[in-house]
Design a protein around this ligand. Structure first.
Ligand code: IPM
Ligand code: MG
Length: 360
């Protein structure tokens, strides 16, 4: 099979972790007889430096032209980087939001799994972590507060800022369908998270999710308020299978969920539209403080590449090979600094990539 991939290395540790993911993809392609062609494009700060904007139309066209996009990370240190002196719509993050919208990537899948080998890194009490957990956050990605109208005005010396949270029924329905579909392939439980005790958008969310649920009688649906969910994630994470939620709640809860795994450097993500096309990126950010030091953990990006093989190319066997390689390397005791514990072997980003490529 010929895999046509557009690559966005991005900023900070992005280029380093992408290089390792490509190393692993190369090994897997060789093993299973696939060929991969890459087109590299700039986004975020790297694009600002060259083109003056965080995302060009050419970059979007290159992404559209591929079967999938593999991305590193974008953004810099907001306190020191000149990118953050630009107006908000020209900063690195605006590039990411624009490409999600341009490619209609409304479904963001963020798995948060506690790896057996890494239970020591889990910040929860042992009596909680010993149950283990394996959840998938299904975050709506192209609507809500991040895409509603916004403005800041000043009248008579009083500054006012407004952001609008808008959801249309069809936007809720299509993400809910994705949530239930994936729950059918997992443990058949959906926790829909909202703030229906306050927000109209959440009340509509709840209504539409209940309607969609009728087509999935095997799936258990429960509703949970977002503040309670934030608490439950640290109190009893094992209760969750699929968490289905809107854009901002998903942004916040997915960071929390990844932190309770103790290994944000391990968590992959996929952003999908209604076709096989997807954008795959680690759940973590660009970590500018450790960029270029060969200490970043490439595993989240490698696992994102595995998600790409699974969802965009239906290459389950190749995806399994990558996921097993990750488990194997962890079992052998190799760790990057972020997941290191006593008795393990500390390795850098490149060596971790080499080890994974050898084991696929
Ligand atoms: C994420 C990030 C982005 C988001 C930022 C960088 C715009 O936090 O992917 O979670 O909020 O979606
Ligand atoms: Mg986020």
């Amino acid at each position: 099979m010929e895999l046509k991939i557009t690559c966005i290395p991005g900023d900070g540790i992005g280029p380093e972790i992408i290089a390792e993911a490509r190393k692993v993809l190369c090994a897997v392609a060789e093993k299973y007889g696939h060929t991969i062609s890459y087109t590299d494009v700039l986004m975020g700060g790297a694009s600002i430096d060259v083109h003056g904007v965080p995302l060009t139309e050419e970059a979007v066209a290159a992404a559209r032209n591929a079967d999938a996009v593999l991305m590193g990370s974008i953004g810099g240190d907001a306190a020191t980087s000149p990118w953050y002196k630009l107006p908000p719509n020209l900063r690195p993050e605006a590039g990411l939001l624009s490409i999600r919208k341009a490619l209609n990537l409304f479904a963001n899948l963020r798995p948060a799994v506690l790896y057996d080998e890494l239970t020591g890194a889990c910040p929860l009490k042992e009596e909680i972590s010993k149950a283990g957990f394996d959840m998938l956050i299904m975050r709506e990605l192209t609507g809500g507060l991040y895409f509603g109208e916004r403005r800041t005005t000043e009248e008579n010396g009083v500054k006012t800022a407004v952001d609008t949270l808008v959801y249309q029924e069809h936007e809720i329905r299509r993400i809910a369908v994705k949530g239930f579909e994936i729950a059918m392939k997992r443990r058949k439980k959906v926790t829909s998270v909202d703030k229906a005790n306050v927000l109209d958008s959440s009340r509509l969310w709840r209504q539409v999710v209940e309607d969609v649920a009728k087509a999935y009688p095997e799936v258990t649906l429960e509703h949970m308020l977002v503040d309670n969910c934030a608490m439950q994630l640290v109190r009893d994470p094992a209760q969750f299978d699929v968490i289905l939620t809107e854009n901002m709640f998903g942004d916040i809860l997915s960071d929390e969920a990844s932190m309770v795994t103790g290994s944000i450097g391990m968590l992959a993500s996929a952003s999908l539209n209604d076709t096989k096309f997807g954008l795959y990126e680690p759940s973590h950010g660009s970590a500018p403080d450790i960029a270029g030091k060969d200490i970043a953990n490439p595993i989240a990006t490698v696992l994102s590449a595995a998600m790409m093989l699974r969802y965009s190319f239906d290459l389950d066997e190749a995806a399994d090979a990558i996921e097993n390689a990750v488990k194997q390397v962890l079992k052998e005791g190799y760790r990057t600094a972020d997941i290191f514990s006593d008795g393990c072997t500390l390795v850098g980003c490149r060596q971790m990539g080499d080890l994974l490529a050898e084991r696929v």
